[in-house]
Write a protein that binds this ligand. Structure first.
Ligand code: PRX
Length: 634
């Protein structure tokens, strides 16, 4: 399906889902139009009010500074720490005895950690990091699965002012090495093994491979998850339990400047090198707190489950930080939704009485494919609200989710946002009318537009580039060590706007329909990966001379990757080589970069300057019009 066909399908969804009386009655923001209007009138004041809902050591002087645009600053002069708001301020209040984290392992074990216990774990870990000479501003890489210690490690870093950088555990040793080297991490936190679908993943070996020869890593902290022996390097490696055991359970929280970095999170772009997106303490905590409370409509005793992984931005903002700031219970799950059976998620919702479920279209489609009978067996009475993120949700999946999971009573919050935005940007409030497949309106205080290639607004119903007009507090501050790339990627293509890299349309009601990326970035099962990254992995194989990678529509994963490969002279392309190349990509990048198809070709379409025209390859592959081919060399 082409991008233009996607638009048509989505825009045909005229049916409006109005909120029920019950939803309206309980909604935090009942007058959504008034809330939007008020924020639109004075967005800075809107964010000031949001900031005032959190605790600060010292209030800020100036709320917003655009004197060095696009390096915007928020809450200047303010002193704060996100951990103060996520943990410290709950101590001595009734929240301290509430469950902060419910965790279920791949094989069904569970752990419940109260706020008080979590605070103690974080303090001990923070002291452990200090013992290993981690100081404010130092980078700490975290390569762990979805386990409570991942949240503990993040919070411990933030508490002492160190900058964490979580690398998704599904990335390969190579990808980990690249990220560790780029940030110059001093300490790496990993585990001996990980678990997935009943299988054991040797995380420690991957880690050792990734950091062999590293010039920055001084220590590796190993969280023990398995029973087997672990190879530990003397004077470098230390077990997490041994490190924290003797540490005091109190640790002062570092008073950070609002603009001090909180974390670096790598994300894929159009080149083969991932970008280190930098977020800061002040604005980030304000943005995610307000959006979480308003969109997810959190109530004091909510059990909330976001099925993402802490290795992605969704996990940072909406598994760890925002739910803890709200003092509710957040779930973490090590396993996968269809193991041991396709009712794992529905069963867990009943078992833990989950009120809010936040998941991804790829997972909904996968579970849909097992049949309606699986969710139908469960009443899931506790569910009140549903959420979706990561890619456009097709109306069919939206309706299935609404009917079979939400039992036609839970509104679906389709939230559009990015690693770079830190928080929800286009998303409904529960009191708003919904349309299946639309993320609805920009969040109050956010102005979004659809622009053409010349930066001009396009008429209603026409597709174009999605761009954001007004800066917002939780926006990325820069690309780590690469301010030029920050300017070039986000502030050049749509002058005067933040360029999102997405394509979208706006309908007559002002509702946004996001269609996907406009650049060479794929979204495979909601995971962002650049064509260039897979190509670079392919050409690093000795048999490959050149490669081009495109995304193709996929019924469950949203998109799948196909590689076109020119082999080196004298090498014959056969099935065996295809298998080997797929394995090679997996080794280089990790299982998230799975490439479904590889085709050997003699030539690739190129511009006169030698740039491969992926657009033309994609059009040919999908049987579409090739478009403007005047730039083709041959
Ligand atoms: O293309 C958009 C898609 O995911 C991209 C951002 O990916 P990432 O930085 O990995 O963050 C994902 C989680 C926030 C966007 O540029 N995307 C995200 N949410 C939606 C979406 N596309 C359509 N609808 C969404 N709700």
């Amino acid at each position: 399906m082409s991008k233009s066909e996607v638009t048509e399908v989505l825009l045909n969804e005229d049916k409006i889902y109005k909120p029920s009386e019950k939803v309206l009655k309980n909604a935090r923001i009942k007058q959504w139009k008034a809330a939007h209007k008020k924020a639109e009138k004075d967005p800075i004041k809107f964010w000031e009010e949001a900031a005032n809902e959190l605790e600060w050591y010292n209030y800020w002087g100036q709320t917003f500074d655009d004197s060095n645009a696009p390096f915007f600053k928020w809450f200047l002069g303010g002193k704060c720490n996100i951990v103060h708001n996520a943990l410290d301020r709950h101590m001595g209040t009734p929240v301290e005895n509430k469950t902060a984290i419910i965790w279920e392992s791949d094989d069904g074990d569970k752990r419940k950690i109260s706020y008080k216990e979590l605070n103690k774990m974080v303090c001990k870990m923070a002291n452990g990091l200090k013992f290993l000479k981690v100081r404010k501003g130092d980078r700490v890489a975290i390569y762990l699965q979805n386990i409570p210690e991942t949240a503990v490690a993040m919070l411990a870093c933030a508490k002492i002012g160190a900058v964490h950088s979580v690398v998704y555990a599904g990335y390969s040793a190579n990808a980990l090495r690249e990220r560790v080297d780029d940030q110059g991490a001093k300490v790496l936190i990993t585990s001996d093994v990980g678990h997935r679908r009943g299988k054991i993943i040797d995380m420690k070996s991957l880690t050792d491979k990734a950091i062999s020869g590293s010039r920055s890593i001084q220590h590796v902290i190993v969280v023990k998850q398995g029973d087997g022996p672990v190879s530990m390097k003397m004077n470098r490696d230390i077990f997490y339990d041994a490190l924290v055991e003797t540490q005091p359970s109190n640790c002062p929280t570092e008073k950070m400047d609002s603009e001090d970095p909180l974390f670096i999170l790598y994300t894929s772009g159009t080149t083969s090198k991932p970008k280190g997106v930098v977020h800061v303490h002040g604005g980030y905590m304000v943005g995610i707190n307000r959006t979480f409370q308003w969109v997810m409509d959190v109530k004091e005793d909510d059990v909330y489950w976001c099925t993402a992984d802490p290795g992605w931005i969704t996990g940072h903002s909406y598994i760890v930080y925002a739910p803890l700031m709200s003092g509710i219970t957040t779930m973490m799950f090590e396993g996968v939704p269809d193991f041991p059976k396709p009712d794992r998620i529905w069963k867990m919702i009943e078992k833990y009485e989950v009120n809010i479920l936040y998941t991804a279209p790829t997972l909904i489609r996968a579970l849909m494919s097992y049949g309606d009978e699986w969710p139908s067996k469960y009443k899931m009475k506790s569910l009140r609200l549903l959420g979706s993120v990561g890619e456009p949700i097709n109306p069919e999946a939206w309706r299935w989710y609404h009917k079979f999971v939400g039992k036609s009573k839970c509104p679906i919050m389709d939230t559009w946002w990015q690693t770079e935005t830190g928080m929800f940007m286009i998303a409904p409030l529960p009191s708003m009318p919904l349309k299946a497949g639309s993320a609805t309106l920009p969040f109050p205080g956010i102005q979004a537009e659809i622009l053409d290639g010349n930066g001009k607004k396009v008429p209603v119903g026409k597709g174009g580039f999605l761009a954001i007009k007004t800066p917002w507090p939780s926006m990325l501050r820069t690309v780590f060590k690469n301010p030029d790339r920050y300017i070039k990627t986000y502030w050049t293509d749509s002058p005067g706007y933040y360029h999102t890299g997405d394509l979208a349309t706006k309908d007559k009601d002002g509702y946004f329909w996001v269609q996907g990326r406009s650049d060479d970035v794929l979204s495979i099962a909601g995971h962002r990966i650049g064509s260039a990254e897979i190509e670079s992995a392919l050409v690093s194989h000795k048999a490959v001379a050149e490669a081009a990678v495109i995304g193709k529509p996929h019924p469950i994963k949203g998109e799948s990757a196909k590689g076109f490969v020119i082999l080196r002279k004298g090498i014959k392309g056969d099935e065996e080589l295809i298998v080997e190349l797929k394995k090679h990509i997996r080794n280089k990048l990790g299982p998230i970069a799975v490439t479904d198809e590889i085709e050997f070709v003699e030539k690739l379409p190129k511009t006169r300057s030698g740039k491969i025209m992926r657009r033309v390859i994609k059009a040919a592959e999908l049987g579409q019009d090739l478009g403007d081919t005047s730039g083709l060399a041959d």
